[in-house]
Write a protein that binds this ligand. Sequence first.
Ligand SMILES: Cc1cc2nc3c(=O)[nH]c(=O)nc-3n(C[C@H](O)[C@H](O)[C@H](O)COP(=O)(O)O)c2cc1C
Length: 317
Amino acid sequence: MLYSLAPMEGITGHAFRRVHAECFGALDRYYTPFLPPPRVGSPFGGKNLKEIDPANNQGLNVVPQLLTKNADEFVWAAQLLADLGYTEVNLNLGCPSGTVVSKGKGSGFLRDPEALEAFLCDVCERSALPVSVKTRLGLEDDSEYGRILELYCSLPLAELIVHPRVQADRYQGKPRWEPYGKTLERAPFPVAYNGDIFGTGDMDALAEAHPRTRHVMLGRGLLANPALARMLAGGLAASADELRQFHDKLFHAYVDEIGGNAVFRMKEWWFYAKCAFADPMAVHRTVRKVRKINEYEVAVEKVFNTQSLAAIARFSG
Ligand SMILES: Cc1cc2nc3c(=O)[nH]c(=O)nc-3n(C[C@H](O)[C@H](O)[C@H](O)COP(=O)(O)O)c2cc1C
């Protein structure tokens, strides 16, 4: 089984990937959070350039993800990524955010299968890199997926990663496994599963229901339990020492990158990481109000000195 880390904007950036791999062993693949392609003729700049700078991704199998509906910009960005040494580019067709959807990007692109088909035919032909897609099933209803799957199946995609929810689901409700199963049956290219794999029981159930599953992308489950991929491969849960080390390295990496704003980045991580503790609400109360680095350090010291780990770390919202 292949395990990869989901793209999660603001969370699973290059510092997180590097520190995670260092502390818990590298996953098979890491997807960058979505990047807007630069204008044709311009390079990637600022934080997007840092995200894909090979120096920040050494030794990791990283797939950059683009969010766009402009084929020329996609093709241009794919060339820039190829020049940096990447071997695949991923298209985001899943983002459910209102502002993205209203511009016809992310899952909003699924509203217009004809335009999507024209876009994908064009970029598959012209892209310097093989194109994979991360998709939802549609906007409102999974009956939309028949047409969308049919169009994917007519294209030479490198891989299709299915998050089997519709846009209206956001991240609520159970992922719809039946359309994922249909994808496994129909697709002429490799398929990956993503959604609500938070523990070994979830993975066992998926493998039993869909034994042809070969690649699982982990998101919130791995943020709540950084040893999740190791456990899915039969290894040990994270010890308190490992979790502390992981925290400290991540915090210092963010301080190096963004100074005092590291506190806010870490608080996003704690939203998930609190689930590794027996009393997540107590952890939440301890870290939620801190703003300055010294206050943050005191709060973290308190968490690690007073809170015990959960019997099983599992994302619970
Ligand atoms: C805060 C946040 C940021 C996300 N950013 C992205 C993104 O940049 N690109 C993307 O394709 N999906 C993004 N996602 C969706 C995740 O990649 C993943 O599909 C989702 O969390 C479901 O998987 P999970 O149940 O394993 O967490 C994001 C999700 C969250 C909660």
